[in-house]
Design a protein around this ligand. Sequence first.
Ligand SMILES: [Zn+2]
Length: 115
Amino acid sequence: MGGAAERLLQEWGTTIELDFARMPDTGKVHVVFPEPPRWAQGDGEPIGTAADAALTARTSMVCGLKLRLEAQGGRGFFLATFPDEQLCARCVKGLGRHSVRAFEHPQPETDHDGA
Ligand SMILES: [Zn+2]
């Protein structure tokens, strides 16, 4: 389903930075539903309120999962570095033709000797 997330990335390109959040229960890393840049969202709100609202709103993952983050009293947390194989496949799929963006993140240093 070429969803809203894909359309947002289509419209804003790399102006939008993807965020990732880990679900502690499963260890899966989900793509936080992208949002247009702050400056594009209008103004008029006191900055604190706007920031709080934005934070609260950002509990939706691209795959449709709702994830309460630590800052909201939940247990999910943002992270930037993780191995690709922990990515939620449904989130990746939800990015459609921009799914490659989900892999543009730092990898943890691991040794692949695996013995
Ligand atoms: Zn997901």
